[in-house]
Ligand binder design. Sequence first.
Ligand SMILES: [Zn+2]
Length: 290
Amino acid sequence: MDHLVTATAAEGTVRIRAAITTTLVAEARNRHDCSPTASAALGRLMTAAALMGHGFKGERRIALQVAGNGPLRNVVAEAFEHDGGVGVRGYALHPDVDLPLAHNGKFDVGGAVGRGVLQVTRTLDNGMPYTGIVELTSGEIGDDIAGYFANSEQTPSIVALGVLASPKGILAAGGIIAELMPGAGERTIAELERAAAALPPVTTLVRAGADAPRLVGAVAGEMDPKMLRELPVRFACRCSREKVEVAIRSLGSTALAEMIRERRPQTVVCDYCRQVYELTPREIAALASS
Ligand SMILES: [Zn+2]
């Protein structure tokens, strides 16, 4: 089952989060009918959201949005507390976009995303949003998240995100984020750099059966890692019939009257999860009079 662990290492001077997200990415791929390239882009961003969305006190949710000039255009992922674990949802604007593999044999996510920006919005429990925007480094998502940590949060970090997809489905997905905390010594910095250079692709570890603590060990094995928490990670959406009804009602009485007069049912599809909501003219009339 998909899960996430938070950990510290080197006496608290390194913070590490790691997650297995194979089932999460498979569900997103199925719901949005994503091509392998789009699955890789969306899966990496959703994995990053799961990893970044946990561990901040007083935070309600985190939203990551990649907006590029490549054929995928926009990729969005959100993570939030859900049912005692981490809920994640997301979508790619053009999930059918597929590119040939890059020369290194990997998905050409950077080519599909192009140049643009990464926007990170943290919404606090009091409803206040805080947004940071950085230019995309490569469009490969992992590099871009590391760029965000460096520029926006002044934290040197190692970000490894991986999705192994075939035309038939998702074979493995997961990620690791390790951040240097204030007070990290030269030796710790050198050890982390060495571990990052020697780190195999995350998907190789996941495919070989690694769980999230093993991913932590792969990057911090020499730095005395301590696991703090383990949480389930699931695909989840925040849409509901009630929210759709509020949106329809907000179109105004003239628009509602027209729908009722034309006896036109309304179909609303959630961008994030593709759930279809249908309202009959009778239901719309009830909304109009409530
Ligand atoms: Zn939804």
